[in-house]
Design a protein around this ligand. Structure first.
Ligand code: KIV
Length: 266
């Protein structure tokens, strides 16, 4: 089976099949996520928080994003790999945006990039697509706008905000985006946007009516505890499992039970 393409995702929308996406940031986890069968892996700038231990996503650099994307690309055979444009890698100019997007493809081995923002980034989306770089757009709660938004808050609650998000969605589709992440918006608004577009919507905190869903892997498997948003569902607690395993190792070394004859050479 070949790698998932943007055409496959468009077909899934038209056939009413749900699209699954998760983040991953390194070789071992990307290998597991790929083998599990998601359609796409996002190397999200959320790695700043869940891997680098930073307060928010703003400090992560292009070089760091490309480094992680390379590891994920190396590990995957089927899932589409999407590199996430970090803060200030696309805001300054169209030229800089296209050049940085190109690094994800050329150096990171990704098949597409993701960019946060509404109509204000449409010109950049258009230029990237014209340069043969497939773009997943991202509206609603855009974590890189944390200082403007005043925190991680549900978006699109007022009539004006709803109208703006619907207009942003249409503009980004027209600019050539192959899909649209909808983050932390009311589910009825996500349903309306999903019904309006021909490209798939991928929800995170946007309810069940999107064409697909994405979550941060470390939330799903219980490796990030600093805060747990309402829209997260934890399917495993690997932190607990790891603590148990490491605790046993420490105990066995201290008590002289490890290594035993089995792990020793004659
Ligand atoms: O950075 C990220 O992981 C994201 C997803 C949560 C959509 O943007």
């Amino acid at each position: 089976m070949g790698r998932v393409t943007i055409n496959d995702l468009l077909t899934m929308k038209s056939e009413g099949k749900k699209i699954t996406m998760l983040t991953a940031y390194d070789y071992p986890f990307a290998k597991i996520v790929d083998e599990a069968g998601v359609e796409a892996i996002l190397v999200g700038d959320s790695l700043a928080m869940v891997v680098q231990g930073l307060e928010n996503t703003l400090p992560v650099t292009m070089d760091e994003m490309v480094y992680h994307t390379r590891m994920v690309s190396r590990a995957t055979e089927r899932a589409m790999v999407i590199g996430d444009m970090p803060f200030m890698s696309y805001q300054v100019s169209v030229e800089e945006a296209v050049r940085n997007a190109g690094r994800f493809i050329k150096e990171g081995g990704a098949q597409a990039i993701k960019i946060e923002g509404g109509s204000e980034v449409a010109e950049k989306v258009y230029a990237m697509v014209r340069s043969d770089i497939p773009v997943l757009a991202h509206i609603g709660l855009t974590p890189q706008s944390i200082h403007r938004m005043g925190g991680y808050k549900v978006q699109g609650r007022t009539e004006e905000a709803k109208r703006q998000l619907i207009e942003d969605a249409r503009t980004l589709q027209e600019a050539g985006a192959f899909g649209l992440v909808l983050e932390a918006i009311p589910m009825d608004l996500a349903k309306e946007i999903t019904g309006t577009l021909t490209i798939p919507t991928i929800g995170i905190g946007a309810g069940p009516y999107c064409d697909g869903q994405i979550l941060v892997l470390h939330d799903v498997i219980g490796l990030f505890e600093r805060f747990v948003p309402k829209f997260i569902k934890r399917y495993a607690n690997l932190r607990e499992e790891a603590l148990k395993a490491i605790g046993e190792y420490i105990k066995e070394v201290r008590e002289g039970d490890f290594p035993g004859e089995e792990q020793s050479f004659k």
